[in-house]
Write a protein that binds this ligand. Structure first.
Ligand code: ARG
Length: 623
């Protein structure tokens, strides 16, 4: 709705600017939602922004705006027609608008223009959404090509709760961008090419040979859990024994030099580890597949060239034997220069080298104009540095900038806080170990089963199990997504599984309740496409709330903060509850009223389902 109004108002504001001799800038179209609905559905703050350059008081400008908007007002145009476009009123050009858009336009000191949208206009927009819900979410302008780097697990370490956030936040970002029509390229930047994997190889190779000799199945005998044990054991040994550490290093160098036997085993170990990772992605409904894997190893043959390309810019200096770039804006607490290390003193490459190679590949080969990285906040400095370096050496300038209407490739780090236990410390098991994600997910599903059993014990066992899965997984995801991602949050099964409050089960239940209205009435939702008639205040409020959906999705796409969509869906459920309390649906007073209210039910159900789907959360029809 806000977007739609901005489009209607823009030519009018531009014309006013012309009259006042002020040049229009988009920021002047400042359309806010006042916190108090008595102040209008929207407040236009344009007068405040125009007053100074126009050398007039805000109130005078506000009155002028109100006057020019009058042709859109109901009092000027009595009828509510859905056809008959009207292009010119009083000689003043307005876009083709079939009906009055506002029912009241109010000027308030010191210079606000409060806008009350007409029911007729809300209804028109709802009809549009009903007929083409996909178009409602489409972005304006040219779609971006976006690389989203998320999940990016490390091979040979179990996924623990720390990987939960990048995986599910990243997956919402890709779903949202895709829904808006962007071209999204998922990248799982696996940690698969460093010392940890060499240490695992060193200890796993003899075990692999033995298993092969006795004809055993590696997938069964070497699950991720076992690989992780091997990794821990190897780390312990290498720390205690410098000869072992030297041997691990030798293996790493050999692997990196392309030793065929090592490479084959490395490949096997990677696949073994990913079996468990995909089992978890699958449980979580995460959209990553093997085709999105492009781990550090992928860049191994580009690293030398990456370093020499940076060297050619003249910025690479040797400091303590290492290849470094010093950028003015990065300094230690003491004010000393802080380098970005691109090549280690022993000639090896590091995390930053891989990322520089990846940035180049993503821009030059994948042709992305937006790169998004989802990792915890502790990596903020790393990304700030590699981004600044890429900018400073010109890698983010696109030679085709004009044709893609993009000055520079945008590099965005999406940081997030930690998951804490009830003791406010990073979530650990009682014995102080990292909590395994798979166990956490299973516990949530088990607990959800108990809730479903209590609510709806008579359902068939299979169905109860399926619902428990959707609710248990949904609860964990939503508890994470509904927090502003920069904050830490406390993991609490009781809170996330509650049927009241801003939780997944609450929203899923709201959705299931609407499905039950249709079920009880023996009505198929698809048959409902009446024009909603907004008579009761709760109907009007619900209609307006429904039209806010695209706006919340846009905000997530821009700010990369899923909690904005969570809050919206929660508000939508509240608006639906008020509607349902005040407006009987199946026993409405007339058939027209019933059809209208069913249309509102359908729109709400569709929006909840679509919104939760963007969050990667399923919506069972019964709970
Ligand atoms: N594997 C890394 C980790 O677990 C995350 C990688 C993030 N992506 C990147 N391009 N650096 O910490």
């Amino acid at each position: 709705m806000r977007n739609h109004l901005s489009h209607l108002l823009k030519p009018i504001i531009e014309a006013i600017c012309g009259e006042l001799g002020v040049s229009f800038v988009p920021g002047m179209l400042d359309l806010q939602r006042p916190p108090d609905p008595n102040l209008g559905d929207f407040a236009l703050n344009t007068a405040m922004r125009l007053a100074k350059p126009a050398k007039k008081s805000p109130l005078v400008v506000a009155n002028l705006i109100a006057e020019k908007l009058a042709p859109l007002n109901e009092s000027t145009r009595k009828t509510c027609k859905t056809d008959a476009p009207l292009s010119h009123l009083d000689g003043f050009a307005v876009p083709d608008i079939p009906t009055p858009v506002f029912k009241k336009i109010e000027v308030v000191a010191p210079g606000f223009v409060n806008l009350f949208v007409s029911e007729c206009e809300i209804e028109n927009q709802l009809v549009k959404t009903l007929s083409d819900p996909v178009a409602a979410l489409c972005r304006e302008g040219r779609p971006d090509t976006v690389v989203v780097d998320y999940s990016s697990v490390n091979i040979a370490k179990q996924m623990h709760v720390g990987h939960l956030r990048t995986t599910i936040i990243g997956d919402v970002i890709v779903r949202v961008l895709e829904a808006r029509g962007d071209k999204v390229i998922r990248q799982n930047h696996l940690g698969d090419w460093g010392l940890p994997i060499a240490m695992v190889l060193m200890h796993a190779q003899p075990i692999m040979r033995e298993l092969e000799a006795s004809g055993k199945d590696l997938v069964k005998e070497l699950p991720l859990e076992r690989l992780e044990e091997i990794y821990r054991e190897a780390t312990r040994i290498c720390a205690a024994d410098s000869a072992a550490a030297a041997e691990a290093h030798r293996i790493l160098v050999e692997l990196q030099n392309g030793n065929a036997g090592l490479l084959a085993d490395w490949r096997t170990i990677t696949r073994l580890a990913m079996v468990e990772v995909y089992r978890i992605y699958n449980m979580l409904d995460v959209t990553l597949t093997p085709e999105h894997e492009r781990g550090e190893s992928f860049y191994r043959d580009m690293l030398a060239d990456t370093v020499s390309a940076i060297d050619k810019t003249g910025k690479l200096v040797t400091s303590d034997g290492a290849g470094c770039v010093f950028l003015e804006q990065f300094r230690t607490k003491e004010g000393n220069p802080l380098p970005v290390i691109i090549q280690k003193a022993d000639g090896g490459y590091n995390y930053a080298t891989f990322d520089m190679a990846a940035i180049r590949f993503r821009i030059e080969t994948l042709r992305a104009n937006r790169l998004i990285y989802v990792t915890d906040a502790r990596q903020a400095l790393h990304f700030a540095q590699v981004f600044a370096l890429a900018d400073s050496i010109g890698w983010t300038r696109r030679d085709d900038a004009v044709s893609i209407n993009c000055e520079k490739v945008s590099l965005e780090h999406v940081p997030f806080g930690s998951v804490l236990g009830e003791d406010n410390k990073p979530l650990k098991t009682r014995t102080g170990e990292n909590v395994k994600l798979s166990e956490l997910l299973q516990e949530s599903i088990d607990r959800a089963f108990a809730v479903v059993n209590e609510k709806n014990g008579a359902l068939p066992e299979d169905q109860k199990r399926a619902i428990a899965h959707d609710v248990g997984i949904g609860a964990i995801k939503y508890a994470d997504l509904s927090q502003n991602r920069n904050n830490d949050y406390v993991f609490s099964f009781d809170r996330m599984l509650a049927l009241n409050g801003n939780t997944a089960p609450y929203l899923q239940y709201a959705h299931a309740r609407i499905c039950s209205i249709f079920r009880k009435g023996g009505i198929s939702e698809e048959s409902i496409n009446a024009r909603p008639m907004l008579v009761h205040p709760a109907e009007r409020a619900l209609g307006l709330k429904l039209l806010q959906f695209p706006e919340s999705v846009t905000m997530v796409a821009v700010e990369l903060r899923p909690h904005i969509l969570c809050n919206y869906l929660y508000e939508l459920s509240a608006a639906f509850s008020s509607f349902y309390d005040g407006c009987p649906v199946l026993v409405a007073t007339s058939e027209d009223e019933k059809q209208s209210r069913l249309a509102l039910c359908r729109l709400t159900r569709d929006t909840l389902a679509r919104g939760l789907d963007l969050l990667g959360i399923r919506t069972p029809r019964e709970m």
